[in-house]
Design a protein around this ligand. Structure first.
Ligand code: NAP
Length: 302
């Protein structure tokens, strides 16, 4: 079978694209390597998505997925490992199968960036985490550390401060990148100690469980958990052959959401842009889809 369009990624951006494509009458397939919702599943509080004064990531993720079910959009939980071009078609290879399609929307999002220090990988799930909403409750009443100075680190610090005993918020500079309102909230929280101009230089463990961290190679702090929120990297390694990413791994698209490869569009956190937000991700998914539908109509009427 040849699909009209394959959408890669079932986060808010991919699902938004799929809604428009399906409503436009296209024969589509969605592919997702983990769980529908993507990064949404890892966000604890959302208060900037219209229609929801306040909600959680998993709750919004569930609501978004309801559209997939309601519109009977076909999807498969498979990881895309390669995309190649053949004649006028795109060949999408996953870990399980190979699919042919006329168009693609890449909405495969981003992965949390790592500190890239010794023991970080080995202790992930054993004290090191990148998901407060998934793992926060494991550290009730304990001391933990959070690394990062952006919106994510500060939002999760506020969330975790209600659960844990004490938080060391470790930031490499002396000013935060996060919004001022979050900075104000963090500074008011009595159980958050901010360590400016600080880097985690070592992670120590006992019996394969995180025991303490070293900061700036000089101070050892005993913590049960280390939450790393130092930004994200586009999940685009599988696109190397297409040459559509910049040096940061972000996909370059034009105003229509199209990459430099004819028929391959991209949307959401995987693209190079100024504003990484749920609303922009949803909007870019719609823009890509509508332009695909326009392109098909133009070719049919040519
Ligand atoms: P971010 O804005 O890129 O911030 C990453 C933070 O980690 C920065 O403070 C950075 O320090 C620090 N950092 C980066 N690499 C590091 C390293 N190797 N070691 C130590 N620190 C390191 O990432 P984010 O906070 O995850 O946010 C990502 C995007 O999503 C942003 O556009 C953000 O606005 C958006 N977001 C929005 C909301 C919201 O609207 N409520 C919530 C979450 C995220 P420097 O400051 O020194 O560079």
């Amino acid at each position: 079978m040849i699909y009209d369009c394959i959408v890669i990624g079932m986060g808010i951006s991919g699902i938004s694209a799929a809604i428009y494509l399906k409503n436009g009458g296209l024969n589509i397939l969605m592919l997702e390597k983990e769980a529908p919702g993507g990064l949404l599943n890892k966000i604890n509080k959302i208060n900037n998505y219209p229609g929801y004064a306040e909600t959680t990531g998993p709750e919004l993720s569930y609501k978004v997925f309801e559209s997939v079910e309601a519109l009977e959009i076909p999807y498969k939980l498979e990881e895309v490992v390669d995309i190649s071009l053949a004649d006028n078609l795109k060949i999408v290879k996953t870990n399980k199968d190979t699919y042919k399609t006329k168009y693609i929307v890449i909405a495969s999002g981003r992965n949390p960036r790592k500190l890239n220090i010794e023991n970080e990988k080995e202790l992930t799930g054993k004290g090191v985490s990148t998901c407060a909403i998934c793992d926060g409750s494991l550290y009730k009443g304990q001391d933990i550390a959070i690394v990062g100075g952006g919106n994510s680190a500060l939002e999760e610090a506020i969330y975790l401060s209600k659960l844990v005993n004490k938080i060391y918020l470790i930031h490499r500079r002396d000013t935060f990148r996060a919004e001022q309102s979050l900075v104000n909230k963090v500074k008011k929280q009595a159980n958050i100690e901010i360590l400016y101009n600080s880097n985690v230089t070592k992670i120590n463990s006992t019996n394969d469980i995180l025991e303490s961290i070293e900061v700036n190679n000089e101070r050892t702090i005993t913590v049960k958990g280390l939450f790393v929120y130092v930004g994200f990297e586009s999940n685009t390694g599988y696109l190397k052959n297409l040459n559509i990413t910049n040096e940061s791994g972000n996909i370059l698209v034009n105003a229509e959401g199209e990459t430099q490869v004819d028929g391959i569009y991209a949307a959401g956190d995987a693209i190079q842009k100024d504003l990484y937000q749920l609303v922009t991700g949803a909007s870019e998914g719609a823009i890509a889809a509508v332009n695909i539908i326009k392109d098909i109509n133009q070719k049919e009427n040519a």
